[in-house]
Design a protein around this ligand. Structure first.
Ligand code: IPE
Ligand code: MG
Length: 215
């Protein structure tokens, strides 16, 4: 989810207004993802490097997240959406951690869509933590690392706002991911943009190192 700040800037609004519009986009896109048959959707809400931003912006993002959880969890459960979080929790406020745990518990049975939110997330840190656990257990394998990361392989990675970077996101999981770079800023991303990304994805032949199916 990139481009909230630029979206706001382009309208002469403060960056926080962009984040608010970004939260509205989350509601729309989650609904569209369910309708368009997505099984797992992982949204990059806040990276571990985002702590470098001004405290006021960080607090605005955290407040929006608390608002999202307060307002949306019942609706998500009603729509069969399971919500879970990846990333560190020890640097989040205790109130937010409690809300996250409660949301995960409340929506656990959801089967229509698994919505995952990456919060205080760094893929490198997650891989190091998983490597440490593998060393402790003396079990080293691809399967074990994937299991410890608790994160499925990514089929399609979408980044908005025209940036073409990975930014420490799901590095192990994107080994064979297809990439889609949407020109629009995240607040303008919607069901139609998602459908376009999926159409592009479906038009590609994924060979996983093999050769074209017809050959
Ligand atoms: C949202 O967009 C991403 C978050 C960290 C919430 P940005 O805040 O990165 O917006 P730009 O890139 O400055 O436009
Ligand atoms: Mg950005």
């Amino acid at each position: 989810m990139d481009g909230n700040g630029r979206w706001a800037q382009g309208r002469g609004l403060p960056r926080t207004a962009g984040h608010r519009a970004g939260a509205d986009a989350v509601r729309r896109v989650v609904e569209a993802a369910g309708e368009q048959g997505i099984d797992v959707l992982t949204l990059y809400a806040f990276s571990s490097d985002n702590w470098r931003r001004p405290a006021a912006e960080v607090e605005a993002l955290m407040r929006l997240l608390r608002g999202y959880l307060r307002n949306e969890v019942d609706k998500l459960r009603g729509n069969g959406v399971r919500l879970s979080f990846i990333g560190r929790r020890d640097r989040l406020s205790p109130v937010l951690v409690r809300m996250i745990e409660s949301a995960e518990e409340t929506t656990r049975a959801g089967r229509k869509l698994h919505l995952r939110i990456a919060l205080d997330y760094s893929s490198r840190d997650a891989i190091v933590a998983a490597a440490r656990a593998m060393a402790e257990a003396q079990v080293f394998s691809r399967q074990e690392l994937s299991r410890l990361l608790d994160s499925p392989d990514v089929d399609l990675l979408i980044r908005t706002s025209g940036e073409q970077r990975v930014s420490d996101y799901l590095l192990w999981e994107i080994a064979y991911a297809e990439f889609h770079f949407a020109a629009c800023h995240w607040p303008d991303f919607d069901g139609a943009e998602l459908a376009a990304a999926l159409a592009s994805y479906r038009s590609r032949e994924r060979r996983f190192g093999g050769i074209p199916a017809a050959v």
